[in-house]
Design a protein around this ligand. Sequence first.
Ligand code: IPE
Ligand code: IPE
Ligand code: MG
Length: 249
Amino acid sequence: MSHPSVPHHIAIVMDGNGRWATGRYLPRVAGHKQGVEALRTCVQSCVDRGIAVLTVFAFSSENWSRPIEEVSGLMELLGMALTREVPHLQANGVRMHFVGNRSQLSSKVQAGLAQAELDTAQNQRLIFNVCFNYGGRWDIAQAAQKLVKNGQPITEMALDRAMALAHVPDPDLLIRTGGELRISNFLLWQSAYSEFYFTDKLWPDFDAAALDDAIVFFKTRERRFGMTSAQLKTHDQPHPAKVHAVRVA
Ligand code: IPE
Ligand code: IPE
Ligand code: MG
């Protein structure tokens, strides 16, 4: 098998909310609100397509540098979205995980995150990771600190197990909306072999058809994992989930 079928794990940098709002003479926070709607559609589309894991970038370690009104608007929106969306997630069998540095969030937000995780803990159709106050560098550093604290040697496997996303295999497809061609401190460690898909579409405009375009692109890629094309024709292509299983074994 030289071409993959549907990606097991999709990761998304949901970018372009601010420009979506500004283009409509609306405040930036209105773009983030519309972004939550797009995210609801995306979660549903992933469930419908049998995607196993969806990981989204909702707030980066660097986003604290934004104007205070925008940061507090985003915090408020997170709280509102949790209250409103968790029942839908329940109905759809979606399990939520929050990934990021929680200690810098208000105790109210922290409690909301913990409750949403608890409420959805039994669900098994889709694992939905929301990266909030997350940075790829933070993750690598916190993983290394854990190992040092436990007196463990810093190996690739040990680091992998200590990462905030250790509960899922690496993303197969990494999508960025909003036209920027950069990673902005998202999954630095885990995207080593992800296929990258960039689209100019702004996140609030990213619908089910846009997700399908990204999946069609993914299916055309030949994932070689360091091997040659000829080798892939004679060997079973290593499935990323298997690669992960071997790495963490
Ligand atoms: C992404 O949209 C959402 C967050 C970073 C919270 P932006 O707010 O970055 O939107 P643009 O890039 O300014 O259009
Ligand atoms: C990345 O988008 C972070 C999120 C989508 C949450 P940014 O808009 O913050 O990225 P830069 O600043 O343009 O690189
Ligand atoms: Mg942006």
